[in-house]
Every structure is written in structure tokens, then in C-alpha cells.
Design a protein around this ligand. Structure first.
Ligand code: SF4
Length: 329
């Protein structure tokens, strides 16, 4: 018998958000490291955290992945994987200069933003990139066209922007921002720059929007919303903010169930639970088990979207996998 089954009815409940957890880009990035370990053998070097999740990184380290900050930490000729957040072109050049076998696990939806940046830069636009200063994705996107891109880090930053030609300016964004805050930033930019153009399609990705949407739905009914995710995960941090903005009385971010403080649950009847796009569902299941033994055994899943998107593995890895399969047959 599980702990949850042994718990009597208490009237306390959990509203479990769906969609939550892994998105298509994270799934692909993690699989890329796993397949590379199988194909080439350990160690495999990974530049930056492959995805922003402590548990995922620790699990891959145990299988033989070595996480580094820069290419110059990778031995010449070794295999290096670039993370889902994307890299600037100079990172590819450094890898070539060190004869590294580079596999690019950048999420295709981040690559899409890189293409937009290159295209607008080629047309000599000023590009206002809405995002968080220092975030790897922002560093990578900016590297595509540093002379044309200015960072706008939130609505307050909008007032500081200066452009060469107010009729030739476009905004792009990091993929994992708060949808509402980004709209606020754009509105503020448009007050000063009425001709500001929007990206050809949404830069905030489907996974970020969907996870925020369902949290907005459940938060007004929740005494507490718990988001499973790491502190350096932009989309996970945004989920706590969205929950609080949408009416949750309290919101917390935890990497693991063991971080939940019983004081957070004191007096609560309804707990909302979700997870960031880089979080494997086993961590959410551990939180559910943790809550069940504290009387929150009644779980209702609230579904606002069904996600079916998947991405195929990076071409360079698929090519080597095909060659290895052909050599075996
Ligand atoms: S959060 Fe969005 S952009 Fe980031 S890896 Fe997932 S799908 Fe790609």
C-alpha cells in the first residue's frame, strides 16, 4: 500500500496543472546527450547546463556527461554539445578552431529567433530584444547581430531605449518570458515608438505560454501554488510570478519535494502544482506523494491544452547514428 492510499479523506486537494514539465525542446536536448553518450561513449562534454534543471544535470553527470562553461575547457578533438538555450556564432567558431565535434542541441524555437535577428539585422533594423540580462538565450541571440540588438529587460527599460530610425525598429523576445509582462513592455515601447514592428510569429514559445495559461486558471482557487523547477530556470521562475499575479495567496519554487516547508501548507485547503519546461515528471510525482501524506491526497488534473509537438534530434547526431547502424548491419 502506498502512503497516498493509506491517507484518509481530508477535504484538502491538489489542482495539478497540465501542460506542465518537459517541452519538446528540453526533451530533444536531454535525448541528445543520452544518445551521444551511447554512440560515442563517456565522457561527453556539454557547454553550460543542457537545460536549467539541477536533477537533469546531476542525472546526466552520473551517466558520463561533463558540464563546462566554455569550449576551452573541452579537450581538443572531443565531443561537445551546445545547450537548448542556443549559442552565439562565435561559439561554433571556437569549437571549429579546437577541432571539437560539436552537436548543437539548441531548441528549434530558439533557432527561429536567431533567424529573425539575422534577417532584421541584414535589413538594417534596430532590434529591441526583450529578455533577461545575462540569460544564456539572450547572450546567444544577441551574438547573431550585436551591432543591431539592444536588450530591453522589462517594462522600466523601455524608457531608456534609443534607436537610429523610429520607422525601422522591431522587437523580438526571449522564449521563456512572462506573456503579460512582455505585452506590457511592448505597449510601453510603442508609446515612444509607434512604428515598432512585431516579430513575424510569437517568440515566447508554446510551452511557456501553455504553462502560464493553466497556472492562471488554477491560481485563483489556490491557497498555495508550488512550482517544481530550478532557480536559474526562467520559465519556472515566471510560473511563480504568474501564479501570484493571478491570485494565488502564496507561491513557491522547489527543486525537490524535500524543500517543501510544512508551514507553507498550514491552513491550506487547495494546493496548485505545476512544473517548469525543464522538469521531469518524476519530480512532480514525488511532490504529489509528499503532499498526500500531509492530507492532500485528492488530486484533480486541470487540462487547458494538449501538447503533441516533438523535434527530431540534431542532424549531426542523426548522421552519426545512421552511420553506426549501417556499420553494425
Ligand atoms: S521552453 Fe520553449 S524555447 Fe525553451 S526549450 Fe522548451 S520549447 Fe524550446
Amino acid at each position: 500500500m502506498t502512503e497516498a492510499q493509506a491517507t484518509p479523506q481530508t477535504g484538502k486537494r491538489v489542482l495539478l496543472a497540465k501542460p506542465r514539465g518537459y517541452c519538446a525542446g528540453v526533451d530533444r536536448a536531454v535525448q541528445t546527450v543520452e544518445e551521444a553518450l551511447t554512440l560515442y561513449g563517456a565522457p561527453i562534454y556539454v557547454r553550460k547546463q543542457i537545460v536549467h534543471n539541477k536533477h537533469v544535470v546531476q542525472t546526466l553527470e552520473a551517466k558520463g556527461a561533463i558540464f563546462v562553461e566554455e569550449n576551452d575547457e573541452v579537450p581538443e578533438g572531443a565531443t561537445v554539445i551546445f545547450s537548448a538555450h542556443g549559442v552565439a556564432p562565435e561559439v561554433h567558431e571556437q569549437a571549429r578552431a579546437r577541432s571539437l565535434r560539436a552537436i548543437d542541441a539548441t531548441c528549434p524555437l530558439v533557432t527561429k529567433v536567431h533567424h529573425e535577428a539575422k534577417r532584421f539585422a541584414a535589413e538594417d533594423y534596430d532590434i529591441l530584444l526583450i529578455g533577461h540580462e545575462g540569460h544564456e538565450e539572450v547572450v546567444g541571440t544577441t551574438g547573431e547581430a550585436p551591432a543591431h540588438i539592444q536588450l530591453v529587460d522589462g517594462p522600466e527599460d523601455a524608457d531608456r531605449v534609443t534607436v537610429r530610425d523610429p520607422e525601422k525598429v522591431v522587437w523580438l523576445s526571449q522564449t521563456t518570458l512572462s506573456v503579460d509582462e512582455t505585452l506590457e513592455t511592448v505597449a510601453r515601447l510603442k508609446k515612444r515608438l509607434p512604428m515598432l514592428q512585431s516579430p513575424p510569429s510569437d517568440d515566447i514559445c508554446y510551452a511557456t505560454s501553455n504553462r502560464q495559461q493553466v497556472v492562471k486558471e488554477i491560481a485563483p482557487q489556490c491557497d498555495v501554488v508550488i512550482v517544481v523547477g530550478s532557480r536559474n530556470s526562467s520559465n519556472s521562475v515566471r510560473l511563480v510570478e504568474v501564479a501570484l499575479d493571478a491570485g494565488a495567496r502564496a507561491g513557491y519554487l522547489v527543486d525537490f519535494a524535500s524543500e517543501i516547508d510544512d508551514a507553507w501548507l498550514a491552513g491550506a485547503r487547495t494546493v496548485g502544482l505545476t512544473s517548469g519546461a525543464s522538469v521531469p515528471d518524476e519530480l512532480v510525482q514525488e511532490v504529489l506523494a509528499h503532499l498526500a501524506v500531509r492530507g492532500f491526497a485528492d488530486v484533480e488534473e486541470i487540462v487547458t491544452a494538449n501538447e503533441r509537438l516533438t523535434f527530431s534530434l540534431p542532424q549531426e547526431l542523426k548522421r552519426d547514428m545512421r552511420a553506426a547502424a549501417a556499420a553494425r548491419s
